[in-house]
Design a protein around this ligand. Structure first.
Ligand code: CU
Length: 202
């Protein structure tokens, strides 16, 4: 059985290349028709190659003002493309560590945690990041972010494409849900927590 394979394979390969040659000759003989087909194929494959970042915009991006420590960025991610896009990470000079967070109810209180797999923006749809809902979490701001400042966010999608977004720093109080990192003292410096009113739309 095994000894048959070496003698069979070259024969198949020869048949295959003969078939390709015939196809190529046939294409050459009908040059006009096949040329227009080839160019339309090229343009459709170009749009299929569009990166996720090229199809995504972020509307009204903003960051909550903070002196130091934790804060978050919000806005609406819009996908004008024909395929779902997934935001997998964000970086910024404003914070060494940035996570993608969701807000969930745990033990009767709203807590935030890292969102497994990132945020998926459906084809032609949008994904809102808002206080009390999904958000881009700055874990360790060291230089104060003051109202009117601009923070540049670099969004990385699951196809490794990136999008830079300039977010405006704004004053905001409320919806400071606690961070469930396994300790109970992480919300000590959070003020104005009011998830019941701010989170009702999500
Ligand atoms: Cu968070």
């Amino acid at each position: 059985m095994l000894t048959l394979i070496p003698s069979t394979r070259p024969r198949l390969r020869t048949l295959a290349s003969t078939a390709l040659l015939v196809t190529a000759l046939g294409t050459g003989l009908t040059a006009c028709g096949s040329d227009s087909e080839a160019s339309s194929d090229a343009s459709s494959s170009a749009s299929a190659d569009a990166t996720m970042a090229s199809e995504i915009t972020m509307e009204d991006p903003w960051v909550k003002a903070v002196d130091s420590g934790m804060t978050a960025a919000f806005g609406t991610l819009e996908n004008s493309g024909g395929s779902d896009a997934t935001l997998v990470s964000v970086t910024s000079d404003a914070s060494d560590t940035i996570q993608l967070h969701e807000t969930v109810e745990k033990d009767g209180t709203m807590q935030m945690q890292e969102k497994d797999g990132g945020f998926t923006i459906a084809a032609g749809g949008d994904h809102e990041l808002s206080p009390g809902g999904d958000h881009i979490m700055f874990m360790d701001v060291t230089d104060a972010l003051e109202p009117g400042d601009t923070v540049t966010l670099t969004l990385t999608f699951s196809d490794d494409s990136t999008l830079d977004v300039d977010a405006t720093v704004k004053d905001y109080s409320g919806a400071d849900e606690s961070y469930s990192d396994g300790s109970d003292d992480s919300s000590d410096d959070m003020s104005g927590m009011d998830m019941s009113s701010e989170g009702s739309d999500s």
